[in-house]
Design a protein around this ligand. Structure first.
Ligand code: ADP
Length: 456
């Protein structure tokens, strides 16, 4: 609402600088300067708006001898109601549910008129609150339960240029007439500073939301184009081999037929993996990944996954090496299996000449470290930090295209971090790579096999 559109001052309302009111009971120049300094320091902090407003309110109340409680309300642009965004000296659970229409009660009035509301007595405050809606009135009574009533109050409009953004109200619960005219210009300057900041913070939030939306749209477009591109390779292969097998005028030996079908089968697996990564990534993006932790025997789990992956290759040898006895960890076995499968899949994919793949596990102080090492193409140092970014793929390190989504490692990282662990890689070009991840020990995890059960 534009300040200039607001109604004229009510009986209790005064403009900043008006000296018709009793003198201030406290703050001197030095104190005000120091309060402004503290406010400026708080405003300069990089934190979210909610934390910042609470801190601001407490800084101002600490600096104002005349105030012992206060609330800061901001107008919600969605419904034009005033909502409490910070409060000191109230029961916040009830207070934070109050939503005022412009003109309602002490804060609504200053918001609507754009003028300072000065309330010298409890009666003046009570009169201004008479028009509180029944719901707001009940919430307000609950917020004040066990607290003394305000004896005097001051309510300052928070406006930025023509735009009203909210109100700031201070109360004194010990004496009447505690806010005097000498303090008004200072208080209004403080309110203007806060309003300016709130307006800027909101603009920043809007900008961030727009950027996040744009980034989300960009990522989606990128995802579609990457997947379309990546799916083309296995699909072309599936189409080619199945068309060949279906040709009436060509006959293939049973061995060749089997070889073709094997390729079709493998390419279907590749497609399935791409679709799986895509689904997992969207589940994670939607914040829907849930962990179901239970005691897990990692050596058994790792052995089972490695044996399974080993069936897919004849070029690679596998070794699992877990320190005995190995502590039981609290983890979601399905999710940890997913991480191991991804690391082992990559170990195979990026070591096309074959070689040894080692899955190792050892307990360390407060955690276990699992690693998967291969003797493959390796990763250049400048790429190591980017491996866990969505869609990051090292461009054709093998001279031929390896199908992938660039989503496997980011998914693995999300899973490991959700368990409280870390994941990283070490590598030397053309010598191989080792991927490590940790899982914390603690709580139930202090046990060793034999002390209690555990699934693989
Ligand atoms: P994808 O394998 O589907 O591309 P990932 O997120 O699993 O996606 O891996 C991202 C990139 O990291 C891969 O494209 C590859 O360049 C590199 N990378 C992952 N694992 C290895 C490995 N064991 N050896 C060499 N490069 C790897």
């Amino acid at each position: 609402m534009a300040t200039s559109d607001r109604a004229a001052a009510s009986g209790d309302a005064v403009r900043a600088g008006n000296t018709d009111v009793d003198d201030s009971q406290g703050e001197n120049g030095d104190q005000r300067l120091s309060t402004i300094f503290e406010v400026a320091k708080t405003l300069a902090k990089q934190q979210d708006l909610e934390t910042l407003l609470s801190e601001l309110l407490s800084v101002v109340i600490d600096g104002l001898q005349a105030a012992d409680a206060g609330v800061l309300l901001l107008c919600d642009p969605a419904d034009q109601r005033l909502a409490i965004r910070a409060a000191m000296g109230y029961d916040l659970a009830s207070l934070s549910r109050i939503r005022l229409v412009p003109g309602e009660a002490v804060c609504g009035k200053s918001f609507q008129t754009g003028q300072i509301g000065l309330y010298r007595t409890p009666e003046a405050i009570a009169a201004a609150r008479e028009d509180l809606s029944p719901d707001n009135s009940a919430l307000f009574r609950a917020a004040m339960r066990g607290l003394s009533d305000a004896q005097s109050a001051i309510c300052l409009p928070l406006s930025c240029g023509e735009t009203a953004v909210g109100t700031l109200m201070f109360e004194n619960r010990r004496r009447c007439d505690s806010f005097g005219p000498a303090a008004l210009p200072f208080l209004q300057a403080l309110a203007d500073l806060i309003a300016l900041f709130v307006d800027n913070a909101r603009l920043r939030e809007e900008l961030q939301a727009t950027r996040a939306l744009e980034e989300g749209n960009r990522l989606k477009a990128e995802l579609v184009s990457i997947l379309a591109h990546e799916m083309r390779t296995p699909l072309t292969s599936i189409k080619g081999y199945s068309t060949a097998l279906l040709m009436d005028d060509v006959s293939f030996s049973p061995e060749t037929q089997r070889e073709f079908l094997q390729i079709v089968d493998e390419e279907c697996d590749t497609l399935q993996e791409l679709i799986h990564d895509l689904l997992e990534s969207s589940i994670i993006d939607a914040g829907l990944m849930r962990l179901e932790p239970q005691p897990v025997r990692l050596p058994l789990l790792a052995q089972r996954v490695t044996d399974d992956i080993a069936l897919r290759t004849q070029k690679h040898h596998f070794l699992t090496d877990f320190v005995e006895p190995f502590p039981i960890v609290d983890a979601d076995p399905n999710r940890i299996e997913q991480v191991l499968r991804n690391l082992l899949d990559n170990a195979l994919k990026y070591s096309p000449e074959g070689g040894l793949v080692v899955v190792r596990g050892e307990p360390q102080e407060g955690e276990v470290i699992i690693s998967v090492a291969d003797q493959g193409v390796g990763i250049a140092p400048e790429h190591l930090n980017r491996l866990f970014e969505k869609f990051f793929r090292v461009a054709s390190p093998l001279g031929r295209h390896v199908v992938g989504s660039g989503l496997g490692l980011p998914i693995a990282r999300t899973i490991v971090e959700a368990h409280g662990g870390r994941i990283w890689a070490e590598s030397h070009l053309e010598q191989g790579s080792t991927f490590y991840f940790t899982l914390p020990l603690g709580g139930l995890s202090d046990g060793y096999p034999g002390q209690r059960g555990g699934s693989d």
